[in-house]
Design a protein around this ligand. Sequence first.
Ligand code: SF4
Ligand code: SF4
Length: 154
Amino acid sequence: MPEKPFWETKTLDQMDAVEWESLCDGCGLCCLIRFEDEVTGVIFPTRVACRLLDQHLCTCKDYANRKTYVPDCIKLTPGNIEALEWMPRSCAYRRLHEGRALPSWHPLVTGDPNSVHAAGVSVRDRTVSETALDDPDDALDFLAPDLDADRSDG
Ligand code: SF4
Ligand code: SF4
């Protein structure tokens, strides 16, 4: 019988740094500018991407030094996922935290880093950069509640 993969046998707390990083599916959904509705507290994504997001690769252009350029970029940890309610429902960290499995299109499952893009879950070529806006508030013109929908597969 084949051994179960680490994401089925370890808790998020038990994973080493390499395993933890490999959980990221590369969707880029957490790198979108978001707004909070002052009345309801609901947080909506926009199609405006962080200045450091490579809009095609959906990766951070300077992950190691990102805090220098984007001080409010949040470092995800096993301890803060619970509080980050705006994290996409498809996000592997959120799914595992909630006791769900990785989706069939996850690169760890398929062995193909492009499977997240082929499944239409990522933001590949679907964003504008915040650097293209004249005013940060112009991001409100790009509200994208559709990107908040559960685009995972179960
Ligand atoms: S939403 Fe989750 S899986 Fe997608 S890029 Fe962000 S951390 Fe990675
Ligand atoms: S700094 Fe990098 S990891 Fe952080 S939100 Fe921007 S693109 Fe994403």
